[in-house]
Design a protein around this ligand. Structure first.
Ligand code: TYM
Length: 334
């Protein structure tokens, strides 16, 4: 079987980018007959981004309920919370010790933080934690521990998956065995980077997200607020530089997308294009929104599913860690 694995950081409310970049393709992949899926809540990763415990807890509940509302079947998918798997931080240390520091110096998230400091005239590493620096190693452990073949993600995660390959390969080479499968990113081209309301990548850090489960009225308002150029109704518009079009094609069929492309050439008014975008997204989300509301109201049920999922995946992780302990020359735990 092909192992498919992906995670979402529990540092905020899930948004449309998480849905089209990860949740929707991962659920579709989990239904393939050849798939064995591992979908998890990356709450250790959340600590890199926030020091607010209530936010981490709330986000964990919201993201878990989102996966379920979108159709994750907990009987056929391994569905768990990262922090319930003590083998992950243990593996992180083994991997840390084979990871070149120079590799981590090149990680986009770390480099962006350094660049921001330099631009502000600050010391390069000011305010940067070792957690941010080590982020790619923790993520490599998430992926390698279950020997994932495929990782469905948005484009912003490609570098991390390449690093997981590098790190896994280095360990295999150093200890002379096929301990780890080398994972590949799976990216859907029409949704690789969903823009946010300001046109930059939709991201919790830019405060430009459209939350996944807004009530229809607020969803419409958020979509009306997406920036456009100032072309008037009747003037032809360029779909390839338009945020509205980029988001539309992430939700529409090929035929609908082609029709919208023609409407842009024919000078559709921005208000009209936004209304069509709202209707398209709402049609897809409305049935799941109701399920979501019911699910978030039952945290105990979600908790039970997650603990059960953790128990099942640990049956896979524990034997691997025993093997790795022996490989590196330390005593396997009893
Ligand atoms: P995170 O929580 O930032 O995002 C979760 C998933 O959503 C995708 N995504 C997007 N896709 C398209 N357009 C966007 N604007 C957009 N914004 C977010 C991300 O690409 C991602 O797939 N480090 C990861 C979580 C993680 C993980 C892992 C992922 C931890 N361990 C192991 C895969 C495998 C992160 O912070 O994603």
């Amino acid at each position: 079987k092909r192992r498919i694995l992906t995670g979402i950081t529990t540092s905020g409310t899930p948004h449309l980018g998480n849905y089209v970049g990860a949740i929707r393709p991962a659920i579709a992949a989990s239904r393939r007959a050849d798939a064995q899926s591992f979908y998890f809540l990356a709450d250790y990763h959340a600590l890199i981004k926030t020091g607010d415990p209530a936010r981490v807890q709330q986000s964990t509940l919201e993201i878990a309920a989102s996966w379920l509302a979108c159709g994750l079947d907990p009987d056929s998918v391994h569905f768990y919370r990262q922090s319930d798997i003590p083998e992950i931080p243990e593996l992180t240390w083994f991997l840390t010790c084979v990871t070149a520091k120079g590799l981590l110096n090149r990680a986009h998230a770390y480099k962006a933080a350094v660049d921001q400091n330099s631009a502000a005239g600050e010391d390069a590493d000011a305010g940067i934690t070792a957690g941010l620096y080590m982020y790619p190693v923790l993520m490599a452990a998430d992926i390698l521990i279950f020997n994932a073949h495929e990782v469905p993600v948005g484009r912003d995660q490609i570098q991390h998956i390449e690093m997981a390959r590098d790190i896994g390969q280095r360990f295999n080479h150093l200890y002379g065995g096929d301990y780890f499968t080398l994972p590949e990113a799976r990216i859907e081209e029409n949704v690789a980077t969903l823009p946010g309301t300001d046109g930059r990548k939709m991201s919790k850090s830019y405060d430009n997200t459209i939350p996944l489960w807004l009530p229809a009225k607020d969803l419409r308002k958020a979509i009306l607020g997406i920036v456009t150029d100032s072309r008037a109704p009747g003037e032809p518009k360029d779909p390839d530089s338009s945020n509205i079009f980029a988001i539309y094609q992430a939700f529409a069929s090929a035929e609908e997308t082609a029709a919208m492309r023609r409407a842009f050439a024919d000078g559709i008014a921005w208000g009209e294009a936004k209304q069509a975008l709202f209707e398209r997204i709402d049609a897809e989300l409305a049935p799941m929104r109701e399920r979501y509301e019911a699910l978030v109201a039952e945290p105990e049920r979600i908790e039970k599913l997650l603990l059960d999922g953790a128990r099942r995946v640990r049956e896979i992780g524990t034997p691997l860690l025993r093997r790795l302990r022996t490989a590196v020359g330390i005593r396997p735990l009893d």
